[in-house]
Design a protein around this ligand. Structure first.
Ligand code: ZN
Length: 452
């Protein structure tokens, strides 16, 4: 599987050297940045509605990390990963704009991926904010943390840009098996439990950055599975946090960056014990190590990046009268969403009819295609991308740039259940999405993939 693309990579390298239209011959450069984002004072923990107090300590530090790649033509590409429940567009867009202004790096060349740990801090602009219902001091703490986090994200990108030095990229895919489909079919419909016949994605895509002397500097790896092993009051990166620790121990001096895949309907099962998070982290670490210890495909540029923000249509919005009626519900989440919708009616005169979905496609020469989607993307998207394009080249990410809601495939939407419909409530959005969701996203991926 690797050798097939080794030849592709070599052909690309040769083309680069002899190309008559003059791609500037140069060396690839790599820059790495890392910064601890563990809150220094109590902040509410994101992910579970059942929590009753803020998190005050950490099982291990949580991180934001950045890898900057400068290809042979001098174009720069920025990947930021973080142990957070999600990234939100009202935070990532201003940062991307800042990076564009200060460093001349276009929006398409920057991506932010969150691990979706359920033991990270709540950020103020969290799409799931409605779940927690924070008020008073808890809200102030979340606001203060969010502001600080924004500064740290700029800092980690700046650090990686300042660190650029000649290097090489290498590619391979490992496997891990603890991620399980969590949409169980029952006579009464889909429930949140292990589904042994549901689709999964076992791939562990791994992109390794080495310095010119071969020292491993950065290891970007992915897996499609919720980071929901632990439901503690202590900040931690869950299985992905443990995996990064394991990998950094196995390759001293290297920075490990975890990217969440299309794990919207995948859970690490069984779960709820710290030992299990450690075990899955070790499994993922072993998968990455076996890729690094095997034959990897050399990756050459030029790298191309395409980005498009598309609107995903929502089903018809409730009227103002229907929203008013929802305020009388005895479900606190329905009431919170109704209050939000009432505000939207007051301020905008209407409710949103679409959700913003970012679609990003990067091509690394002939060796790797990286497709990154915003939201809690269900696994069918990853499998579809790997069906349409060579599976061996695909690095697919969900939870990138923003998190407007769960992003169901047409199948999941039709089946309903939490990811298909129910979870819209916790994102404070009416819904569900229209059945065009899958076609709209896949058509955009095809468009961006074909673009020259
Ligand atoms: Zn989730």
């Amino acid at each position: 599987m690797v050798s097939r693309f080794l030849s592709g990579g070599l052909i690309a390298a040769l083309c680069l050297l002899i190309t008559p239209w003059g791609v500037a011959e140069g060396t690839m450069k790599i820059g790495i940045g890392r910064v601890v984002i563990t809150p220094e004072s109590p902040v509410w923990l994101a992910g579970y509605a059942s929590r009753t107090k803020a998190g005050e300590s950490a099982l291990h530090d949580i991180w934001a990390k950045a890898m900057v790649i400068e290809d042979e033509t001098g174009a720069k590409f920025v990947i930021v990963t973080a142990d957070l429940i999600g990234f939100y567009m009202n935070q990532t867009e201003p940062i991307a704009k800042q990076v564009e202004t200060r460093h001349g790096i276009p929006r398409a060349n920057i991506l932010f991926n969150a691990s979706h740990t359920h033991c990270g801090p709540v950020v103020d602009n969290d799409g799931l904010h409605i779940t927690y219902g924070l008020e008073g001091v808890e809200q102030e703490r979340a606001t203060a943390y969010t502001k600080h986090l924004g500064e740290l994200l700029v800092q980690v990108i700046d650090e990686a840009l300042a660190d650029l030095q000649p290097g090489t990229l290498h590619w391979g895919i490992g496997e891990a098996f603890f991620g399980k489909n969590r949409r169980m079919y029952t006579i009464g419909g889909v429930t949140n439990n292990y589904n042994p016949i549901g689709p999964v994605d076992n791939d562990v895509p791994t992109l390794v950055a080495k310095s010119a002397d071969g020292t491993i500097r950065g290891i970007l790896f992915g897996y499609a599975c919720h980071n929901t092993v632990t439901d503690l009051q202590q900040f931690n990166g869950d299985y992905a946090g443990f995996a990064q620790i394991e990998i950094e121990k196995a390759f001293p001096g290297a920075t490990a960056l975890f990217a969440q895949g299309c794990g919207g309907d995948q859970n690490p099962l069984p779960r709820r014990k710290i030992e299990l998070a450690e075990k899955y982290g070790a499994e993922l670490g072993a998968a990455v190590s076996s890729v690094l210890n095997g034959t990897m495909t050399p990756v050459t540029g030029p790298i191309t990046a395409r980005y498009k923000l598309i609107p995903l249509a929502l089903t018809e919005a409730p009227t103002e009268a229907e929203v008013a009626k929802q305020l009388e519900s005895d479900n606190k989440y329905v009431v919170r969403r109704a209050k939000k919708m009432q505000r939207q009616y007051k301020e905008d005169g209407k409710l949103p009819t679409t959700l913003p979905q970012s679609v990003q496609v990067w091509k690394f020469g002939e060796a790797v295609q990286l497709t990154a989607l915003s939201g809690e993307v269900t696994v069918d998207y990853s499998l579809l991308i790997k069906h349409h394009y060579p599976k061996e080249k695909q690095f697919v990410m969900g939870y990138t740039n923003g998190c407007p809601a769960y992003i169901p495939s047409l199948r999941v939407l039709k089946e309903g259940g939490y990811e298909g419909a129910g979870a819209m409530l916790y994102y404070g959005v009416h819904g569900p999405l229209e059945p065009t969701v899958e076609q709209d996203i896949m058509n955009t991926i095809h468009e961006l993939t074909k673009a020259e």
